[in-house]
Design a protein around this ligand. Structure first.
Ligand code: NI
Length: 252
């Protein structure tokens, strides 16, 4: 069995990257993608990706950091994206959960980064928190050729259908193992296997039985097992489909 963690902030984990990557390998995680958050962190994630064969990275300015956008960003992203380990633009999008005081700036920065992804022909990892409608409207209007991945999907089954019918992917994380996550469990039940990806979003949102603790890529198997249980199919089928999807969409 082979699993791919499409979204793990290895740079934010408490211990050494070596430790978590070894733990992941022992738990059948073959590849890991580290998303970008802001320019200051780019050298750190690039260093990790260059040091380990099966670790990749993305570049992007996280929506809650949108006020840090400046004219240097487009060139910086375009230059660093030439690195063969760069597999996408992310995580970018809209976050209305924490701070709604600069929504216009979030939108502007999201749109600019979609255009960068389009120009580089790279997939986009979307962060969408309480902003489903606006996120979809912007993608519909501005995305041209990039594949779209909704990371840590938090919509309902109707929203899942809206995005999968457009050919977009969604990544499900540890939240699906939470007892009260009925909406996400329904999404997991109904999502077509060819649009599903797995992620941990480590160090956040650890699955049961580690809920509340520091998450890490090695725990992704609990999410795979839960989705298999919900879909009533073998976990190997989930692993095979999600690994194939990740390799295809991120060209790993
Ligand atoms: Ni994240």
């Amino acid at each position: 069995m082979e699993l791919i963690d499409t979204h793990a902030h290895i740079d934010m984990l408490e211990g050494y990257a070596e430790y978590y990557i070894a733990q992941a390998a022992e738990n059948n995680v073959s590849k890991i993608i580290i998303p970008g958050i802001e320019a200051e962190g780019f050298p750190v994630i690039i260093e990790i990706a260059e040091r380990f064969k099966n670790i990749f990275f993305e570049l992007g300015l996280f929506p809650s950091e949108a006020l840090k956008w400046n004219d240097d960003y487009p060139e910086l992203i375009k230059e660093l994206a030439q690195n063969p380990k760069c597999v996408g633009i992310g995580e970018i999008g809209l976050d209305y959960h924490w701070d709604k005081s600069f929504i216009d700036k979030q939108k502007e920065v999201f749109i600019k980064q979609i255009e960068i992804a389009n120009s580089l022909n790279l997939p986009i990892t979307v962060h969408d928190r309480d902003a489903h409608e606006d996120v979809l409207e912007i993608i519909d209007k501005y995305n041209d050729n990039s594949e779209i991945i909704f990371h840590c999907f938090s919509g309902d089954a109707d929203f899942m259908k809206e995005i999968t019918k457009r050919g977009y992917y969604l990544a499900i994380g540890g939240v699906v193992t939470f007892k009260k996550a009925e909406v996400l469990k329904e999404v997991a039940r109904e999502v077509p296997l060819d649009k599903l990806l797995l992620e941990t979003d480590a160090p956040y949102l650890a699955p049961v039985p580690f809920r509340g603790k520091e998450n890490q890529p090695a725990y992704i198997k609990y999410t795979a097992e839960e989705i298999a249980k919900i879909k009533n199919i073998p976990v190997e089928t989930i692993a095979e489909a999600t690994t194939k999807n990740a390799e295809k969409v991120f060209r790993l």
